[in-house]
Write a protein that binds this ligand. Structure first.
Ligand code: KIV
Length: 275
């Protein structure tokens, strides 16, 4: 079944949980699609897990377009959402529409995601008006890491919690089709989920959200620079990869790889004619 923004709306109405994972390349996108995940997010987390930056701030539009286009070539039925990178929309409503358009035209995204609350509602409204679906993102918004003073849980006090609830309502009102809640207390995420008609997609926001998203290198235990409390490691792929790389090194060193079945044969008679 093809997943679209309509699927998202229907899933919330039916009480069916939505699943989203990040991907940044063709091969991983195909594997995720085979698993029947509803949506792939080409997150600007690619700055950290693919490009090795300390945060997401250095990611460019060209990075996002390049990876989004690669992912799109692996998908048929999975909704493709691509992140708007830092400073591709904060600068003006005009920039927001132009850059969202580039992610669709050049990156083949079917929707875009941007971070922030009331300050980006005008931008969301304008992008939606250009017929591009928008997913909001509130709570711990990594593009604001310097303003937050680090990667910290958000919305713990009354004022901060009320602000997040108001932001979710404002994002819904601006026309977003979904909103990501990152690193907020479960009870607050539950309250937000019950207070808006668009699906909430949680990451570190508890089981009450309408859906969940994880960075695939985190859930496969491939990325070791950070270990957030909200990540469950569904497989030890990182360890399996290192073990396979080490086996390869050993077999090349001791001559057991390549074996005859990995080699191409040649007619002995032709070989005999060489001088
Ligand atoms: O960039 C990203 O991968 C994200 C998710 C963590 C929600 O925004």
């Amino acid at each position: 079944m093809k997943n679209t923004v309509v699927t998202f709306k229907e899933a919330k109405a039916k009480g069916e949980k939505l699943t989203m994972l990040t991907a940044y390349d063709y091969t991983t996108a195909k594997l995720i699609e085979e698993a029947g995940i509803n949506a792939i997010l080409v997150g600007d987390s690619l700055g950290m897990v693919m490009l090795g930056y300390e945060d997401t701030l250095s990611v460019t539009m060209e990075d996002m377009i390049h990876h989004s286009a690669a992912v799109s070539r692996g998908l048929k039925n999975t909704l493709l959402i691509t992140d708007m990178p830092f400073m591709s929309y904060q600068t003006s409503v005009y920039d927001a529409v132009v850059n969202a358009g580039r992610l669709v035209k050049e990156g083949h995204a079917q929707a875009v995601k941007l971070e922030g609350g009331k300050e980006v509602c005008e931008h969301i409204r304008a992008i939606v008006k250009a017929s591009i679906p928008v997913c909001g993102h509130i709570g711990l918004t990594p593009q604001s890491v310097n303003a937050f003073g680090g990667f910290k849980v958000q919305g713990k006090g009354v004022e901060a919690a009320q602000r997040l609830l108001d932001e979710a309502r404002a994002i819904e009102e601006a026309g977003a089709f979904a909103v990501v809640l990152e690193c907020v207390p479960k009870a607050l995420a539950d309250k937000i989920t019950q207070s808006v008609s668009i699906p909430t997609i949680g990451i570190g926001a508890g089981a009450g959200c309408d859906g969940q998203v994880l960075v695939y290198q985190d859930m496969l235990a491939m990325y070791q620079d950070m270990a957030p409390k909200f990540v469950k490691q569904f497989a030890q792929v990182g360890k399996q990869m290192t073990a396979a790389f080490a086996d390869y090194k050993k077999e090349v060193s001791d001559g057991t790889f390549p074996a005859m079945e990995h080699s191409f044969k040649m007619d002995e008679e032709i070989l005999g004619r060489l001088y």
